[in-house]
Write a protein that binds this ligand. Structure first.
Ligand code: COA
Length: 257
């Protein structure tokens, strides 16, 4: 187990499970949590005893995305900021990566899924990428991967309008592998992880590398460009208005921006 109780890390029988465990704040991510996840990914990558990694939240909430207060108070400074370390870590993680997603998955809660190999969703899962509504732009190479997976027009609904979509729609576009009752999502993820852990790790790693090889560099480049824009936009008036409105529980007013 890690000593950060907001991110629980547990390894057993070749499977490392990262549990997002900040339910009172809807599992929103602080810089400390991103750092803990980046470290756990790096450790799992290095440890030959780890064959598969699972990311999961709670039965009622996967993640509300970035902690808005934390982002306002200490916006990520440069490519080495914990959030970008985490995103690079998940995008380049060489071993199988499984997500179990129930309840809302907002912002990075959805975009991280595009880097997972298998995604199991509870039927209460609600995915959204409301970056525009927050005066921001996509991250985690989602401006590349969302149109690739969903097709341009559906991507425009998700990324320009920031409209949420439910588990069945995510299944239809191929973002999730199966939709199950919320109580079953983590069980299914673990059962699948155990199946994968019984297979030869070298074959899993090589197969994943070959499947991702064609897009790996493009993903990295897109992610760096997004990170630069995202970091700049966080400090601009639209994001300040959106985040201020969230803290004050009012609707943002972009009419003068
Ligand atoms: N950052 C910081 N705090 C957050 C948060 C976030 N992204 N999302 C939720 N919280 C906090 C709320 O401020 C509230 O804290 P409080 O109890 O101290 O007042 C607590 O979590 C519960 O949130 P609430 O909005 O009341 O829960 P809900 O069940 O009604 O709605 C969500 C859940 C996820 C739909 C909603 O919280 C939400 O939309 N959050 C913002 C998502 C977002 O815009 N993320 C940024 C993406 S870049």
């Amino acid at each position: 187990m890690s000593d950060n109780t907001d991110i629980l890390v547990h390894t057993e029988a070749g499977v490392t499970t990262l549990t997002i465990n900040r339910v009172d704040k809807k599992n929103s991510f602080t810089a400390v949590m991103y750092g803990a996840m980046a470290d756990a990914l790096a450790a799992a990558e290095q440890d030959p005893a780890v064959r598969v990694l699972i990311i999961q939240g709670h039965e009622a909430i996967f993640s509300a995305g970035n902690d808005i207060g934390d982002f306002l108070n200490s916006p990520p400074a440069g490519q080495d900021a914990p959030v970008f370390r985490f995103l690079r870590g998940i995008a380049s993680f060489p071993k199988p990566l499984i997500a179990a997603v129930c309840g809302p998955a907002v912002g990075v809660g959805t975009t991280l899924l595009f880097h997972c190999d298998l995604v199991y969703a509870g039927d209460n899962a609600a995915f959204s990428m409301p970056f525009v509504n927050l005066g921001l732009c996509p991250e985690a190479a989602s401006s590349l991967l969302v149109p690739q997976m969903m097709g341009y027009h559906r991507a425009a609904e998700a990324l320009l309008l920031g409209e949420p979509f439910m588990a069945e729609a995510a299944l239809e576009v191929g973002l999730v592998n199966r939709v199950v009752a919320p109580a079953e999502a983590t069980t299914l993820a673990l059962a699948t992880a155990r199946k994968l852990a019984a297979k030869p790790l070298s074959s899993l790693v090589e197969t994943k590398r070959l499947m991702k090889k064609g897009s790996a560099q493009q993903v990295e480049r897109q992610m760096m460009e997004e990170a630069e824009s995202f970091g700049r936009m966080l400090r601009e008036p639209a994001a300040k208005e959106a985040f201020g409105a969230f803290m004050e529980r009012r609707k943002p007013d972009f009419s003068k921006i």
